[in-house]
Design a protein. Structure first.
Length: 606
């Protein structure tokens, strides 16, 4: 939502700026057509694509301001007794947990506020237009047709001529107006031009934009500006039909209409579905100037405008370049530097007494930079480490994320309060689903299950072994939110893999002889096959361990959402989504060869 607000706002500002600069240099019909970009951006759920010129590249680099997950009073912590059921005082517990869950509550509140505003705007839209339609039907008298395509009616008390109706639009004229026969001809030609331009449909699209984005003043401004541009475009189209030599008489007809108009509020104008004139005499004067000066479009102006529009689309329709792609480019660029060479450089620095920078010390070649955070290959015995398996092309099956500072201290204190003894093995976790991450602390690896449960089996699944199982929802919620914020490490249900619009496979492993390959496919039949396979996949308890780190499949859904799958590169037909694994075989006797054969540009060594 934040990305949509940023990009759509910049798009609207850009269109407003372009309209102002080219107003006297281009045909009003072309200028009016620019608002189509805004309508598409606001209402059409286009598939996302990465763009190096996207404004989100810059937005994502803005450093966050000191966002903390919790606060602990260091001065008093040493004097506090930690009970066997809490990680500090009850007051601290509620304070910390409240801050962790605050983000969720704020998101819910924002949604309900948006929904209330959207329903209110929709109610005003329906009420005003149904009321107007009822009035027209009650008082109208048919007097003819325009070009045998749309009916013409006379209505008592109508403010100005208009085109109204979605499926069967008609032209409505004021009864008792002082228009001459020639001026009435101009009015009918004007409203028929609205019909040819499809403005009776565009009024509805404009209203939908307002309903969904009622909170954005720029959307209101864009709607108001597009109404005015539609009138200018209609004037240009009308003069083209009746002949430009009659522009003086046409202008007089518009001024005569403006005399009887009352001023309307902005909300009423943009939420109406009629093409009635707006702005009164002031707006008519501007239209007169455009009619007299008649902007002419030069080829060079049109070419420059096309180039600018392409640039704007790249800046506002495209998303930020994925950190995964950046990392893969960096890895490819450094592929010729071996791990032994890196270690040799570090050893040489140590021998000469030089002190490397902190970033150089931690950049062990076995570690991994992911989402601007270092994931470590080895756990640290004196720290709580979070075992993760990110769905991205990587060197090893798993890594460790190691929280620092206050985060580390808070988790340690909580872990120290957990019960120390287990119970005889009873297979209690069977039927439960893992979260995709584990907690490693004091030589123990705790599995974490949905619902906030920790599990540890002392001696393996043998008769008489001890099984540790405890409920710790506050700790699990805290770590899950931390992983999402730090690593974008989230849970995703494969059943939600619907309407796939593209699939990109990155592979680098033994099945490609160690070479990196990438291919994107958009074939609908193949994508439908993927959707059937993956959305019906069955959860695998305990993981897979099938070299899933060597192939990553990125699926783009019609909603714009993306999901990454770690595809097994041996004969197994399974995939992982951030450490949670699923079997996608369509039949009992099946391997993953059929999947990889869908990517014909990637040479697979079987």
């Amino acid at each position: 939502m934040i990305e949509q607000i940023i990009t759509s706002s910049i798009l609207i500002i850009a269109i407003l700026g372009i309209s102002f600069l080219i107003e006297k240099r281009i045909n009003p019909c072309i200028k009016y057509g620019l608002w189509l970009l805004v309508a598409i951006k606001l209402l059409v759920p286009l598939p996302e694509f990465e763009s190096v010129i996207s404004v989100m590249n810059a937005a994502n680099k803005i450093e966050e301001r000191s966002v903390r997950y919790f606060f602990v009073d260091n001065e008093d912590s040493e004097d506090q007794d930690i009970s066997s059921e809490t990680y500090g005082s009850a007051e601290e517990t509620e304070k910390v947990y409240g801050k962790v869950m605050q983000r969720i509550n704020v998101a819910d509140i924002c949604f309900w506020v948006w929904l209330a505003g959207a329903l209110s705007c929709a109610g005003v839209f329906l009420w005003s237009n149904l009321r107007f339609a009822g009035r027209l039907r009650k008082d109208r008298v048919k007097i003819g047709r325009v070009r045998d395509k749309i009916n013409v009616y006379m209505v008592i008390g109508l403010e100005s001529p208009c085109l109204f109706g979605l499926f069967k639009p008609s032209v409505y004229l004021q009864e008792g107006s002082r228009l001459s026969e020639e001026q009435r001809e101009f009015v009918l030609a004007h409203e028929y031009t609205h019909y040819r331009h499809g403005d009776h449909v565009w009024t509805l699209i404009r209203c939908m934009c307002i309903i969904f984005y009622w909170y954005d003043p720029l959307v209101w401004m864009a709607a108001y500006r597009s109404i005015k541009d539609s009138e200018l475009a209609c004037d240009a189209g009308t003069l083209k039909k009746i002949g430009y030599e009659r522009h003086i008489e046409y202008g007089k007809a518009l001024i005569e209409i403006a005399k009887g108009m009352r001023h309307q509020s902005l909300g009423i104008r943009v939420l109406g579905c009629s093409t009635s004139a707006t702005g009164g005499i002031r707006e008519m004067k501007k239209r007169m100037r455009m009619i007299v000066h008649r902007p002419r479009t030069k080829i060079i102006t049109l070419l420059v405008l096309a180039l600018v529009c392409v640039s704007i689309v790249g800046c506002t329709f495209g998303g930020a370049v994925s950190e995964r792609d950046i990392q893969q480019e960096e890895d490819a660029g450094n592929a010729d530097v071996s791990k032994d060479e890196i270690r040799a450089v570090v050893a040489d620095d140590e021998e000469n007494g030089s002190q490397p920078e902190p970033e150089e010390v931690i950049q062990d070649p076995d570690n991994m930079m992911y989402e601007e955070v270092i994931l470590y290959r080895q756990a640290e015995s004196d720290k709580v480490c979070i075992y993760v398996e990110p769905s991205v092309l990587r060197d090893y099956q798993f890594y460790y994320y190691i929280p620092e500072d206050e985060e580390q201290k808070w988790i340690q204190e909580f872990m120290d309060t957990l019960p120390s003894e287990g119970k005889p093995y009873a297979g209690i976790t069977k039927g439960m689903k893992e979260t995709g991450w584990k907690i490693v602390w004091q030589d123990k690896c705790f599995w974490v299950f949905e619902g906030g449960y920790l599990y540890y089996l002392y001696d393996g699944e043998t008769v008489g072994s001890m099984e540790y199982f405890v409920e710790a929802p506050k700790l699990c919620d805290y770590i899950q939110i931390m992983l999402q914020e730090k690593l974008d490490y989230y849970q995703f249900d494969p059943a939600d893999i619907k309407n796939v619009v593209s699939a990109k496979l990155d592979v680098c492993g033994h099945i490609t002889n160690g070479e990196f390959y990438s291919q994107t496919i958009t074939d609908e039949e193949t994508l439908k096959k993927f959707e059937d396979w993956f959305s019906n996949a069955e959860y695998i308890y305990g993981g897979a361990g099938c070299e899933n780190q060597n192939a990553c499949l990125e699926l783009v859904l019609a909603s714009g959402e993306r999901v990454w799958l770690s595809i097994a590169t041996d004969s197994c037909s399974n995939f992982g989504i951030n450490g949670v694994y699923y079997d996608y075989r369509p039949t009992s006797v099946w391997d993953n060869r059929e999947f990889f054969e869908c990517f014909d540009e990637i040479p697979i060594i079987w």
